[in-house]
Design a protein around this ligand. Structure first.
Ligand code: ADP
Length: 210
């Protein structure tokens, strides 16, 4: 029987550097299961979630190609908390189920399971995580960096930050914290050290399970 792999939940607020950190870990040999990517696939053209979403919210939430009309859905969810809850109650279990399949199929020594909204979506109880890693930096830096990506204004990023969990709430969930307030080169140094630690912990998990 294949042992379950060592899974590190990766979380952090918008613009904190999750994607950047994940890329550095993957370059070192870690696996990655990304819930944003899974959500995108589930709601793409012919995505597995589309029939349930159309049944719940109507055919006009689908774009011409059958994918989710994301802007329209986001607009509706933003102004209607009950609708947002319903949307999440359809999507989140499907995302977790797809993620569990990807985790079971992985062959890397350990995996990062990217869950940006871990603190907002009920914490670690819903996920089989061996550890939680938080990417952390001051909110002013989150805003500056996220706005620099270009698709959102500073005001839009601030509004997202204000609607997300606070740094303190995220810190409470974390076993490890990567401070991303410096240069990317400092992040890489910290990622290298944690990568070694996760390899050790993954080996321990395997020997404990044998
Ligand atoms: P998240 O995935 O948490 O939203 P990203 O990894 O996409 O955040 O980082 C947000 C932006 O900030 C990206 O454009 C990224 O290249 C940049 N960035 C991340 N870390 C640093 C850093 N240490 N120094 C400078 N820019 C950074």
């Amino acid at each position: 029987m294949k042992l379950s792999p060592f899974v590190v939940g990766l979380t952090g607020g918008i613009g904190s550097g999750k994607s950047t950190a994940a890329r550095l870990f993957v370059e070192l040999g870690a696996g990655l299961v990304d819930t944003d990517a899974i959500a995108h696939a589930l709601t793409g053209a012919n995505g597995k979630a589309m029939p349930a979403l159309i049944a719940a919210f109507g055919a006009d939430i689908a774009a011409g190609d059958g994918s989710l009309a994301r802007l329209e859905m986001r607009r509706r969810a933003f102004s209607d908390p009950a609708l947002k809850k319903r949307l999440e109650s359809i999507l989140h279990p499907m995302i977790r189920s797809e993620a569990a399949k990807a985790i079971a199929a992985s062959s890397q020594p350990y995996l990062l399971y990217a869950i940006p909204l871990l603190a907002e979506s009920g914490g670690r109880a819903l996920y089989a995580l061996d550890r939680v890693l938080l990417i952390d930096c001051p909110e002013t830096l989150q805003c500056e960096r996220a706005a620099r990506r270009g698709s959102l204004s500073r005001e839009e990023v601030w509004s997202i930050i204000n609607n997300q969990a606070s740094r303190a709430e995220r810190l409470e969930l974390a076993d490890d914290v990567l401070d991303n307030s410096g240069e990317e080169s400092s992040l890489l140094t910290a990622v290298r050290a944690l990568h070694e630690r996760y390899l050790d912990l993954a080996r321990e998990k395997i020997s404990d399970g044998l």
